[in-house]
Design a protein around this ligand. Structure first.
Ligand code: ATP
Ligand code: MG
Length: 371
């Protein structure tokens, strides 16, 4: 995929932007607080319908404005397209000028973001890794996206139900209704996650070997949380078996769930376990190993989307160049080559010097100056 142009109105600190993108590699450089990340945010927003920096979309609107919009023109293997986000008193999304719903937007423009926070992918909480996996699968599989939406709705309802009730007044039948619905959707989510994780593991493993010069071996495992412990590599052959598994686990934990007022088992509790040379990278990895691990996961995500969609997504690199050392920086740049259209933000343009097929843009107080 290639972005052809970016048009913004009153987006963050930009009043009007009308930028034609001509090159595979685009470097936005400049001092702090000039608007570099804002540009990447606008691309991300058009791709996913939300920002990676805030849950409050109002923050995207220029301080002095009433409305804002972001329009991205892009081409994929089928031709040219536009995605436009328009926020007035309400929010509207247009794909090739036709109004679409949020769930139809996801996956039209494929984007992978790598930002300093992603270095937390290894060290951070399980929710970060679940989100990583969810976003990756949902971008390439709208059925999975819908499953997640469905699952979350049921989960919210079940948790509400737990909060409103005390153990004595909940009947077996009431519980059974929620558990059955939850188990049915969970039974579809799990095999999809495991299938994708398996592919991702192969990709991330070979990228990690490359980064470390064939010296270290990275593996990924799906971990299911049961009884406050993560159990690796549980597999069932059929959806029915998965459903039975979840029904039983949910049932076993009912009384505890009632005390805690939340649902303690299900895909929303799971994790990916990342091992390097058979040791848990989160617990035992050095800072450098963890960085290489995060980088390998992100690049594997790119490759996975390429395999699933038949073309590379857009890569957004926000400020990661300064966070990575020379070797890892070179690795990314070598990986991108000119096959992945990339948008890079950096303070010092020397950090991404001598790239072929690249365009530099200086960003200064909400203005973009092409070099
Ligand atoms: P750094 O190098 O520090 O990451 P940056 O160039 O990436 O900086 P951005 O995060 O893109 O900076 O932009 C930050 C600037 O945008 C700040 O000056 C901030 O005040 C301004 N800004 C953020 N939101 C809005 C808004 N809604 N309206 C106007 N200006 C905004
Ligand atoms: Mg920034």
């Amino acid at each position: 995929m290639r972005i052809e142009s970016i048009k913004l109105n009153n987006f963050r600190n930009y009043q009007v932007v009308d930028l034609k993108i001509k090159q595979p590699v685009n470097i936005f450089y400049g001092n702090n607080a000039q608007g570099k990340t804002n540009i990447l945010e606008s691309i991300y927003y058009a791709a996913f319908g939300f920002s990676f920096r805030t849950k409050n979309e109002e923050e995207l609107k220029n301080f002095t404005a009433q409305d804002f919009s972001a329009l991205i023109e892009f081409s994929n293997k089928y031709g040219k397209n536009t995605l436009k986000m328009l926020k007035t008193s309400k929010k509207e999304i247009f794909y090739n000028e036709n109004k679409i719903r949020a769930k139809e937007q996801y996956g039209l423009l494929n984007v992978v973001l790598f930002a300093p926070d992603d270095l937390q992918l290894i060290k951070g909480e399980p929710s970060l890794r679940r989100r990583f996996l969810n976003m990756e699968i949902a971008q390439t599989n709208s059925y999975y996206y819908n499953l997640l939406v469905k699952y979350n709705k049921i989960l919210v309802q079940r948790n509400k139900f737990l909060k409103l009730s005390s153990e004595n007044v909940i009947s077996e039948q009431e519980f059974a209704v929620w558990d059955e619905q939850l188990a049915m959707v969970a039974a579809e989510i799990l095999p999809l996650r495991q299938e994708v994780l398996h592919k991702l593991a192969v990709l991330a493993g070979s990228i990690y070997q490359e980064i470390t010069g064939q010296k270290e071996n990275l593996t990924l495992h799906y971990s299911i949380k049961i009884n406050n412990e993560f159990k690796q590599d549980i597999y069932f052959a059929t959806a029915q078996q998965w459903q039975d598994f979840y029904l039983e686990e949910l049932k076993k934990r009912r009384s505890l769930d009632l005390v805690r007022k939340y649902t303690s088992v299900g895909p929303h509790r799971d994790d990916l376990t990342i091992l390097v040379n058979d040791k848990n990278l989160k617990a035992f990895g050095s800072q450098g190993q963890q960085r290489s691990g995060a980088l390998a996961l992100k690049l594997a995500e790119l490759e996975y989307i390429k395999e699933a969609k038949g073309e590379y997504p857009i890569l957004l690199l926000d400020d990661v160049m300064s966070e990575l050392d020379q070797t890892r920086r070179q690795h990314i740049l070598h990986f991108i080559n000119d096959k992945v259209q990339t948008f890079i933000t950096v303070n010092d343009k020397e950090l991404v010097n001598y790239l072929p097929a690249s365009q530099y843009y200086q960003v200064l107080e909400g203005k973009i100056i092409e070099e």
